[in-house]
Design a protein around this ligand. Structure first.
Ligand SMILES: C[S@@+](CC[C@H](N)C(=O)[O-])C[C@H]1O[C@@H](n2cnc3c(N)ncnc32)[C@H](O)[C@@H]1O
Length: 341
């Protein structure tokens, strides 16, 4: 296709001029040639432009907007409205739920997704979250010479290892983790010193990684009962204490040391509180930040339940915020308690 080579600073000027004359080749991209840009022109454009060169280059045409456009067209038409329209990408691993009636076409789905997303290495079918470790049951349906789901992610400027097929990790909680860093900073200001943080349900440590980089934090303690999570956790917070233990037994080993305690075991966070409170330092303000899946109508009752568990402590403030919907009747609530033991 013919392209008009123009100085890069004059690209938009020439693009507008060609468009207004009806000489621009619509739907084609502009080549970057360093100091020059090559703008595609159509058959109505003149054969000569004063002082400017016309060059022959391949047209840049936009690829399909959605991966389903890369499926064989008969196959796409057959199941038109059944194709999964959304998927997650964690590092270079794509995860998607495949409806029952399309499972026999999993390979075609995987190939189309890999073709569409050049940064992806593996495509996995998501068969749901399983067991007490909340790990996704994934089956690899297509890959570029790889059969593992271990990958590196970047979240809020920090990089760390995850393995969505072996340990819990959700990119959707990134904002909660930023709020935790803010909470740590405020607590450090209140106490006038750096603080110690403990996450006994740390998973691979996504909440601890940004805290490890924070000026407000001195020591970090992370643990998880899932051995695969604990292995990645140790890798993600080098130089800090990490373990593979049941959170309820941690205080037998280390107690009264932490200023900020994270509790992310959404189905059991409140039930576990009595066993992990001994991890908190005595004599100064400390904070528990936890997450729990709770019936919307139960929030006031849950506050009372927490007050009862903490009867021996001086509660400075207690909030239970229904900030994310979990189901029509349940919320994924954020609990924040400031107290002195
Ligand atoms: C919802 S995930 C949260 C993980 C991590 N905090 C995050 O936000 O990605 C809950 C974690 O608790 C771990 N877990 C479950 N029961 C536990 C227990 N009794 N003690 C310690 N960890 C446990 C699971 O393996 C899982 O990694």
């Amino acid at each position: 296709m013919r392209h008009l080579s123009v100085p890069s600073k004059e690209t938009s000027l020439w693009r507008d001029r060609l468009a207004s004359e009806g000489w621009l080749a619509e739907g084609c991209g502009i080549h970057n040639l360093g100091e020059q840009r090559a703008i595609p022109i159509n058959e109505n454009a003149p054969v000569n432009f004063e002082n400017l060169e016309i060059i022959e280059l391949n047209a840049i045409r936009a690829g399909p907007k959605h991966w389903t456009e890369r499926l064989p067209s008969e196959l796409f038409q057959k199941y038109k409205s059944d194709w999964p329209m959304s998927h997650d990408q964690i590092g270079d691993v794509i995860i998607l739920k495949i409806p029952q009636n399309l499972q026999k076409h999993a390979t075609a789905i995987g190939s189309a997704l890999l073709e569409q997303h050049s940064s992806a290495r593996v495509v996995c079918a998501d068969n749901g979250v399983k067991g007490q470790f909340r790990v996704r049951d994934l089956s690899i349906i297509s890959s570029r010479n790889s059969n593992q789901t271990l990958t590196k992610v970047r979240e809020s400027g920090h990089e760390f290892w995850v393995d969505p097929g072996a340990a819990y990790y959700s990119p959707r909680l990134a904002n909660e983790r930023l709020a935790t860093v803010e909470c740590a900073q405020k607590l450090s200001e209140t106490l006038g010193r750096k603080i110690t943080v403990c996450d006994p349900y740390a998973g691979v440590g996504p909440a601890l990684v940004p805290l490890a980089a924070s000026d407000a934090v001195s020591d970090i303690y992370g643990s998880d009962l899932n051995p695969d999570a604990a292995e990645l956790l140790a890798k993600n917070i080098p130089g800090h204490w990490s373990a593979c233990k049941d959170a309820r037994t941690l205080s037998q080993e280390i107690s009264e040391f932490c200023d900020l305690l994270l509790v992310n075991l959404p189905h059991d966070s409140i039930d576990h509180l009595p066993d992990i409170i001994p991890l908190l330092r005595k004599g100064n303000e400390v904070v528990i930040r936890g997450w729990a899946i709770l019936p919307l109508e139960s929030l006031e009752d849950k506050k009372e339940e927490i007050r009862t568990i903490l009867t021996d402590c001086n509660i400075i403030s207690l909030t239970v915020d229904a900030n994310r919907s979990y189901s029509p009747s349940d919320t994924y609530a954020c609990i924040e308690i400031h107290l002195v033991r």
